[in-house]
Design a protein around this ligand. Structure first.
Ligand SMILES: Cc1cc2nc3c(=O)[nH]c(=O)nc-3n(C[C@H](O)[C@H](O)[C@H](O)COP(=O)(O)OP(=O)(O)OC[C@H]3O[C@@H](n4cnc5c(N)ncnc54)[C@H](O)[C@@H]3O)c2cc1C
Length: 203
């Protein structure tokens, strides 16, 4: 499921970057179009809701990253009058990376367990620790699902069927259990797991 990156130029000239977890947003925003702020807010809200719904249909859960993007855009729009003009920049498709736009929090205090690596093994361990109430943190030096994002070829496809994707607490919930996820779908599967089922990871 490719992600879509775009920007909004607000009436005072400030540029805000944003992303959508699916291409559903493309039905609501035309690249280069100028809308009154009120209309743009509605389009962004409808587009990100549709994108999140597409994630839910495929993975069985809504996309928390889309909700965070919507909150950020609402905050960006808040200072401006409803009829002031705002312009949409180019819409660019890419591999899912919404998690990378989040600020990196600083670590402080004591943790009982430190898990090194935000791949599927680290995230699964984190899920089990959470189930047992054991405080912990996952440290990822790049981004969640880094090896799936960066160490596979563009047309990579799993050789194990989708029904075998059984991350603890996050079994494959799409409509193609006998299919084989391609790279971007797998990145979304793991990244959604990290965003929705896990405590915050740190990179
Ligand atoms: C070409 C290829 C095809 C494959 N096809 C399939 C398949 O079809 N089906 C299947 O089930 N499996 C497949 N696999 C296997 C699957 O990719 C691995 O089993 C799985 O990724 C292992 O998960 P992991 O979490 O242990 O490691 P990884 O997914 O590699 O995650 C490790 C994470 O730790 C991070 N990290 C490493 N060192 C540090 C550090 N010092 N500090 C912080 N972070 C760190 C990395 O950045 C990375 O994000 C395939 C593997 C390859 C290479």
């Amino acid at each position: 499921m490719p992600e879509v990156h775009f920007s909004i130029t607000w009436p005072d000239g400030t540029v805000q970057r944003a992303g959508s977890p699916s291409t559903a947003i493309e039905r609501f925003l035309a690249p280069g179009a100028t809308y009154p702020v009120a209309e743009l807010r509605r389009r962004v809200r409808d587009g990100l809701t549709a994108a999140s719904e597409r994630v839910r249909m495929r993975f069985g859960m809504a996309c928390t990253a889309a909700a965070a993007e919507l909150d950020a855009l609402e905050a960006g729009a808040a200072p401006f009058r409803d009829d002031a003009p705002a312009t949409v920049g180019p819409l660019r498709r890419g591999v899912s990376s919404l998690a990378s736009t989040a600020p990196v929090p600083r670590l402080s205090g004591h943790r009982s367990v430190v898990v090194i690596g935000g791949g599927q093994a680290g995230l699964a361990v984190s899920w089990h620790l959470t189930q047992r109430g054991i405080d912990h943190v996952v440290l990822e030096r790049h981004r969640v699902a880094h090896s799936w994002r960066e160490e596979r070829w563009d047309r990579f496809c799993l050789v194990t069927p989708n029904w075998q994707c059984q991350l603890p607490g996050h079994p494959y919930a799409g409509d193609d259990p006998d299919g084989f996820m391609v790279r971007d779908q797998l990145v979304d599967y793991v990244a959604t797991y990290a965003a929705y089922r896990q405590p915050k990871s740190h990179r």
